[in-house]
Design a protein around this ligand. Structure first.
Ligand SMILES: Nc1ncnc2c1ncn2[C@@H]1O[C@H](COP(=O)(O)OP(=O)(O)O)[C@@H](O)[C@H]1O
Ligand SMILES: [Mg+2]
Length: 359
């Protein structure tokens, strides 16, 4: 008996000392137990809340919804919620259903982590990156102007011409890098603020426009781009962003593929999703790189990528744009046999379950 009491005391001490908030709510929404950290995070006191309902204690609709969801579905879930107040608080919630030890049915067990500091740091980092890339725009434009102004003079001197061409190439690289970094920062910001509005649009138009924009570079490498899109497939989209994502995949397919090769861009709808595929006859990508190529600045061959004017951010941008469409991007590739990149987004259009327009 003494041993059991001692163990229970130990468990309570541990429970009270935990940095994470722990909250137990019964099927009726009544608070069965919570520790000190949970009380602090929910801005309430431990002693007075037991027996009261979660709806009375924490007037945060997101949190209440989360608890109801756990009890209804019975599964494990995770969610990030914002508690608005004098100072906004960001909480990461992890919930599961547990059987009560007193045999009184099921309870929702919620573990709460305060991620406010992390969120703030993340915002500082993001703002810094966005500001730096924005600040780079003006000097890059000025340098471009200077190179243009010097061009007639350099024509008289072969060596000066060579240096000027080198300057010009590097200014372009810097320009592309600043543009891509800014694009990613903007995407992150707009996604978080929920400002990327999706509207019904034609997937065929998007892939045709993306292909058209790369015709010039494809022709220079004698690469044929073919577009296959049966019927009028429609999906909820931000058409400029989706076009940019498909464009980035086409850019890689042309860039890394062989001269005189073929790039196929196709779209197909099924099961409420649209799959946009970009297939090339390039060198393929080794398996060990496949999980990492969507990371920022990850390149299989950094020297080759840089020599080809790549920023190493193209696929990271594709991933963010796809996520903003509530979709996913994947790749299938085999060394020596080319690659197929696939963007998958939900159709989400009324009356067009499989993405085909009803009329
Ligand atoms: N179609 C492709 N075929 C072979 N390798 C590819 C292909 N697309 C992407 N990669 C690899 O993935 C890396 C990341 O691509 P990306 O983010 O677009 O950056 P970048 O093209 O600027 O290097 C590339 O450097 C390249 O190594
Ligand atoms: Mg690229």
């Amino acid at each position: 008996m003494e041993e059991i009491r001692r163990q229970m005391d130990e468990t309570r001490t541990l429970f009270a000392a935990m940095a994470e908030g722990v909250l137990l709510v019964d099927a009726e929404g009544g608070i069965v137990d919570l520790n000190r950290a949970a009380a602090r995070l929910l801005e309430t006191d431990e002693a007075s809340v037991r027996g009261r309902t979660i709806h009375e204690v924490a007037r945060h609709p997101d949190l209440q919804r989360f608890v109801s969801e756990i009890l209804e579905t019975g599964g494990e879930t995770e969610k990030e919620v914002t508690l608005l107040g004098a100072e906004d608080k960001y909480l990461q919630l992890r919930g599961s259903v547990v059987e009560r030890t007193d045999g009184k049915g099921r309870c929702a067990l919620i573990i709460i982590n305060d991620v406010t500091r992390l969120k703030r740091l993340e915002r500082v980092r993001r703002d810094f990156v966005a500001n730096v890339s924005h600040e780079l725009k003006t000097p890059i434009t000025t340098l471009r102007g200077c190179v243009d102004a010097l061009a007639p003079l350099a024509r008289l001197d072969e060596e000066a011409g060579r240096f000027l061409a080198m300057m010009s190439r590097n200014i372009e690289r810097l320009g592309c890098l600043a543009e891509d970094v800014m694009c990613l920062a903007r995407m992150e910001h707009e996604t978080e603020a929920g400002r990327i509005l999706l509207q019904p649009g034609s997937v065929g138009d998007v892939i045709r426009n993306a292909a058209r924009r790369h015709e010039h570079s494809a022709r220079a490498k004698k690469v044929a781009i073919s577009v296959e899109c049966p019927g009028d497939i429609r999906a909820m989209m931000h058409c400029e962003l989706l076009e940019q994502a498909v464009g980035n995949l086409i850019d890689n397919a042309v860039k890394y593929g062989p001269e005189g090769g073929r790039v196929t861009v196709s779209a197909a709808a099924s099961g409420g999703f649209v799959a946009i595929r970009v297939q090339d006859e390039g060198p393929g990508i080794e398996k060990k790189h496949l999980t990492r190529i969507f990371e920022r600045f990850y390149r299989v061959d950094p020297a080759r990528s840089r020599a080809m004017g790549g920023t190493g951010l193209g696929l990271a941008i594709v991933k963010h744009i796809t996520l903003a469409h509530r979709g996913s991007v994947s790749v299938q590739s085999e060394v020596g046999r080319g690659s197929v990149f696939e963007i998958r987004i939900p159709c989400g259009c009324d009356g067009a379950e499989d993405g085909r327009a009803s009329a």
